[in-house]
Design a protein around this ligand. Sequence first.
Ligand code: FES
Ligand code: FES
Length: 170
Amino acid sequence: MNAENLIYTLNVNGTDREVKDSWVGESLLYVLRERLDLPGSKGACEQGECGSCTVLLDDDAVCSCLVMAATAVDSTITTVEGLISDTVMGETARTISDVQAAFVTEGAVQCGFCTPGLIVAVHHLLDKNPSPSDIEVKEAISGNICRCTGYGRIFAAVNAVIESRGKIQK
Ligand code: FES
Ligand code: FES
């Protein structure tokens, strides 16, 4: 494999996307934002410390700043943009997810820089564990740093989703 001028394909949000003229060391975060026009994932520390760049890589929530994009060719990648639903009750429509809506209605967004990573982390948690304890919620988002909210509104948003999904399942 040449280190420069790579051409490879990533499956992002259910679509195969070709990456051209890439350098082997480019992070997944860089490729998503700068080459594939998906700026939802945010870059802050770029050292795996803040979680603002969190995406789903297959079944794992990962810091995309720590993943070399070229190593993700055999994986499925979901970014915060991919959590928007294209269909609602069989009709074509673009709508935000329940987690995204809860962050808005519960006031869990201030500057919003941490929000995409938190949204992905919360989806990952609730898809695996629909009824997490408070400690499990805290553990799940412990890698996502928010400088604005003090986390109270974020926990309220997560609890609102847990409650509404529980009602739907009953
Ligand atoms: S930008 Fe990736 S963890 Fe901070
Ligand atoms: S809302 Fe500003 S960092 Fe979280």
